[in-house]
Design a protein around this ligand. Structure first.
Ligand SMILES: Cc1ncc(COP(=O)(O)O)c(C=O)c1O
Length: 424
């Protein structure tokens, strides 16, 4: 039997359950892709965690291992108060809103979380989403208009890249361009060029990560702000990896540079890393922009609100961070100790105060094999390769938490020493 385009045909008078031509060509293409990943040692295996996220985690098949690959920077994911707040939220509000925000999906805990995020940054207002990916998909298509120009750092997170692509595809006449990572001359030139472009009649937007997630490097926000001011551009910072980590009180990358939050026009960020680790994202900035997002942001007009359990846990995590800024200095000390330890093994690691310590391995298969061996040695570190990072830039990404002890860091160093010996 041959079925084409969903139409069945009988050949030789018998039925058979053979796939359609479309199905079989999809299946063989997919099989070939997965096979080629397997053959080249690039196939990712999802590890299953059988308990809470903490300094150590229980990984199925490996038992308890020291965890150096979570974004649980402040160790709040399993903090008793954060967990209890989620339980209380579940009891008070039930499982969820069963609605998008503008119909009947806004609970008191959303309002209260948004006020807390705004207070944390010291800005007018914030609006939450089920993820920062969603926040980045909302901000550009909603706030940008035809005639505007978006200028984005080349190393920005995939959610910014896709958010911008979406905005440009929805709004014809909205422009975008990219500048080399941290290259202020190029940024300046791109903005000057935009100002000369007769098609660019609206707002210029500069978009950057605060902390670049794969490099662990820091955007020079004061310099970027200067360039923005020279050309009258707005600045958007996604500080997903800087919030709770950077600056003396963990306010983020602007605080690291001793820069008031008012110098950043809009922040986007996640609640799925330092701020509780559950899920959720937000945009923070002017009241007016948040009002527009309520009216026009497609991810909130057409998708459910952040679950109440998560909203309540995230709110508690932010309160703990504001109450206990010493968690940030503990993290900073751990970061310094871990970087020194990684260097003592003979690996190069970027000099930075961020909690992301990439060890360059270059080859994807080698990074994956090293990470597998580390797990056998009781150290959970992930190898990142293409397409998460460009081809030839594979790395082990070590991430530090405030809940790591000197013993955990020593275990990391011992594991790295062993794999360096075995893989060199
Ligand atoms: C810079 C940056 N932005 C956005 C995101 C997406 O965050 P979420 O998991 O909340 O969607 C991430 C997550 O890896 C990130 O690193």
């Amino acid at each position: 039997m041959v079925r084409l385009g969903g139409v069945s045909a009988l050949i030789g008078g018998t039925f058979s359950a053979m796939p359609t031509a479309v199905e079989s060509s999809f299946a063989s293409r997919t099989h070939a892709m997965l096979e080629s990943l397997k053959q080249s040692g690039q196939l990712k295996h999802l590890q299953t965690i059988e308990g809470p996220m903490d300094a150590t985690v229980c990984v199925r098949g490996f038992g308890e291992v020291a965890c150096f690959c979570s974004n649980n920077y402040l160790g709040l994911a399993n903090h008793p108060e954060v967990v209890q707040a989620g339980i209380d939220g579940l009891r008070k509000y039930g499982a969820g809103t069963a609605s998008v925000r503008f119909i009947c999906g806004t609970f008191a805990c959303h309002e209260s979380l948004e006020a807390t995020i705004a207070k944390f940054y010291g800005v007018d207002a914030s609006y939450t989403f089920t993820s920062c990916w969603n926040a980045n998909e909302a901000i550009f298509p909603t706030l940008c208009e035809p005639g505007d120009m978006l200028v984005s750092d080349e190393l920005n997170h995939a959610s910014i890249i896709d958010g911008i692509r979406l905005a440009v595809s929805i709004k014809k006449g909205l422009h975008r361009t990219v500048y080399k990572n941290g290259d202020m001359e190029m940024l300046d030139a791109k903005l000057a060029e935009a100002r000369r472009n007769p098609e660019v009649t609206g707002t210029l937007w500069v978009v950057t990560d605060g902390v670049f997630s794969m490099e662990g490097s820091v955007a020079n926000l004061p310099k970027i702000r200067d360039v923005c001011d020279r050309h009258g551009a707005l600045l958007v910072v996604d500080d997903s990896h800087g919030t709770g980590v950077m600056g003396p009180t963990g306010r983020g990358t602007h605080e690291h540079w001793n820069m008031p939050a008012s110098k950043v026009d809009y922040f986007t960020g996640t609640l799925g890393k330092a701020l509780g680790g559950g899920a959720g994202g937000y945009i923070a900035g002017s009241r007016q922009a948040m009002d527009l997002l309520v009216q026009r942001g497609r991810p909130t007009l057409f998708s459910n609100a952040l679950p109440c359990t998560v909203a309540c846990s995230a709110q508690k995590a932010i309160e703990i961070l504001m109450r206990e800024p010493q968690r940030v200095s503990t993290l900073r000390n751990n970061v310094a100790a871990a970087r020194a330890g990684i260097r003592s093994v003979g690996f190069e690691v970027l000099d930075s105060t961020t909690a992301i310590c990439p060890i360059m391995v270059h080859d994807t298969a080698k990074a994956i094999a090293m990470s597998k061996r580390l797990l056998e040695l009781g150290v959970f570190v992930i190898g990142f390769g293409f397409p998460v990072v460009p081809e030839g830039h594979a790395r082990l990404r070590v991430q530090i938490s405030a809940v790591h002890t000197a013993e955990h860091i020593q275990k990391l160093v011992d594991g790295l020493t062993q794999v360096r010996r075995e893989f060199s």
